[in-house]
Write a protein that binds this ligand. Structure first.
Ligand SMILES: NC(=O)c1ccc[n+]([C@@H]2O[C@H](COP(=O)([O-])OP(=O)(O)OC[C@H]3O[C@@H](n4cnc5c(N)ncnc54)[C@H](OP(=O)(O)O)[C@@H]3O)[C@@H](O)[C@H]2O)c1
Length: 283
């Protein structure tokens, strides 16, 4: 599997599996097990996905050596702050049945983010997570966090797909040596992504699917991808993207699909802060 080198030297697979919305434990365990069989080595979960135990069971059952895996989880807003974030990390580790994580992220740029970041810095220094980072940080919040703390986030996981390409945000991340990671690479199918005529035409030129073209386009931009699928044939399709290359002209054509705005949630919007801050669950 192709990797990217994070700003602290840690190697991260450029493609992994996302497990958002796989809330039924048996299904989540089956999907992660199948993905590991098919060659996936990176799994992206979060405390708020409520499926860390299922992910942990699939990892344990796989028999794959721990150092061949790359496991990510995230701390939710309700656990923001130095002590709560540390405790949340330890609960996640326990649910996953692991001794360490490869990447631990602040899930949303809300609440006591600076307290959370101090906890993550210590988690990283103690070797409990090989890398630490953030998610959904727009450039202003990301740069502020970088300028006023010791450790620069290794990764920023943000909504990135053909209709919201994050070109300017990626430039800022490159300037500060933060790896961009896409969530929602298929925009969860919104805007009829899978039947988009521009993407379909390029897919036909390569004898590939639209999903494969989208993942390939992100990978060629240096974006880490974590597509989610519950179906074995799609898991196989989504990892089979390393045997073709999009031309410069095809990359340029896809760049015209950018709308420059979110299809899900604008983190600069007051309603988003209110909505996300209200999401609470038992941990
Ligand atoms: N940090 C954050 O705030 C945040 C937010 C959202 C997501 N994420 C992460 O990013 C991951 C990916 O994003 P996502 O799950 O929201 O959406 P996504 O990967 O863009 O899309 C998933 C959807 O696409 C379908 N799909 C997958 N492969 C396909 C294929 N080859 N052909 C046709 N349809 C296909 C899936 O259906 P089936 O399952 O039926 O195949 C599912 O409905 C998440 O799982 C999560 O780990 C993070």
């Amino acid at each position: 599997m192709q990797t990217v080198t994070l700003n602290n030297g840690v190697e991260m697979p450029i493609l992994g599996l996302g497990v958002y919305q796989l809330t039924e434990p048996g299904e989540c365990e089956r999907v992660v097990s199948e993905a590991l069989e098919l060659g996936y080595r990176s799994i992206d979960t979060a405390a708020s996905y409520r499926n860390e135990e299922a992910v942990g069971r699939a990892i344990a059952a796989s028999g794959i050596p721990r150092d061949e895996l790359f496991i990510t989880s995230k701390v939710w807003i309700q656990d923001a702050g130095e002590k709560p974030a540390r405790a949340a990390f330890e609960r996640s580790l326990g649910r996953l049945g692991l001794d360490y994580l490869d990447l631990y992220l602040i899930h949303q740029p809300m609440g006591d983010v600076y307290g959370s970041w101090r906890a993550l810095e210590n988690i990283n220094k103690e070797g409990l997570s090989r890398a630490v980072g953030v998610s959904n940080f727009y450039p202003d919040r990301l740069v502020d966090l970088i300028l006023h703390n010791e450790i620069t986030p290794a990764v920023n996981q943000v909504e990135t797909h053909p209709f919201h390409q994050q070109v300017e945000a990626q430039k800022v991340m490159q300037e500060y040596n933060v790896q961009i990671e896409s969530w929602g690479p298929f925009a969860e199918g919104k805007n009829d992504l899978f039947t988009n005529p521009t993407l379909t035409a390029i897919a036909e030129e390569h004898g590939k699917s639209v999903a494969q073209v989208v993942l390939r386009w992100l990978i060629q931009r240096g974006v880490v991808v974590i597509p989610k699928s519950a179906r074995r044939e799609r898991l196989e399709e989504n990892i089979n993207v390393f045997d073709f290359t999009l031309s410069d002209a095809q990359m340029a054509t896809i760049s015209t699909l950018d709308t420059g705005s979110s299809l899900f949630i604008d983190h600069n919007d007051v309603s988003a802060v209110t909505l996300l801050s209200g999401v609470k669950f038992n941990t």
